[in-house]
Design a protein around this ligand. Sequence first.
Ligand code: ATP
Length: 275
Amino acid sequence: MRSEPANPAAANGSSALLAVSGLSKSYASFGAGSAAKQVLRNVGFRIDPQETVGIVGLSGAGKSTIGRIIAGLERADGGEIVYGGTSIGRLRGAARRRATLGIEMIFQDPYESLSARMRIGEIVAEPLVIRQTRRGDRAGLDRAVRSALAKVSLDPDRYASRYPHELSGGERQRVGLARAFVAEPRLVIADEPTSMLDSSLRLELLELMDRLRRDSGTATLFITHDLALTYRFCDRLLVLNEGEIVESGTPAQVIDHPTHPFTIRLIQALREFHG
Ligand SMILES: Nc1ncnc2c1ncn2[C@@H]1O[C@H](COP(=O)(O)OP(=O)(O)OP(=O)(O)O)[C@@H](O)[C@H]1O
């Protein structure tokens, strides 16, 4: 089996943007006699600067849990996360926020991920306000927001003062991209960013995300259940099965020469689906 080193941080932590090792997570189960459900087991991988790494797996495999733990929205039970040379897994509150300022997340559901009470311009400005990069420079902040909206093909004059409910799903996900990239992040975690959109819009949005990340030199963790997409958008691929990484490599290595029985089944299913 091709796999990541057991401890990627130790293997070459100095050049990795993100090094995750030994990550484990369980959720409590409800009901009499229910044992806790382990959703991640000894997960380890690294992401280098500017690299796009895909995580594929079936629904419930634990993909989103990995993204949410790295983004600080969940806490792991065990393991280590080193980001930009700093161990962030055990940091809390302001220290965690400071250490992870360069990490942004794009969520699956464009209907839920944008604050309903904020105007689009405010939503896009938020990462800059949090980083205080344009403190006291209102004109500079407006310029940055307008430029971010223009880069996702949303006319700032038409969209900046609207509210999310006035936009279509595709437009909202463009706002999500503008917000994620406005402050030139070092790492974007994209959790199934197009799975709620019509198939006609999916590729367009992913190509836009790919352009934004290339232009800004941003690394990406691309979470998807669609193996075929990783071929096009990922430098490396991790296959997650029931909370364990069972295979990793370039998409060509993994898809053309799978070695783990789960990956082989996944690829067979993909081939049958696409004829
Ligand atoms: N807050 C939670 N409490 C209890 N169980 C949870 C919680 N969050 C996730 N789970 C469970 O953990 C498992 C992994 O969920 P996760 O969302 O990470 O999977 P996924 O691979 O992203 O799936 P999908 O592709 O369907 O989004 C699932 O069985 C899910 O029900």
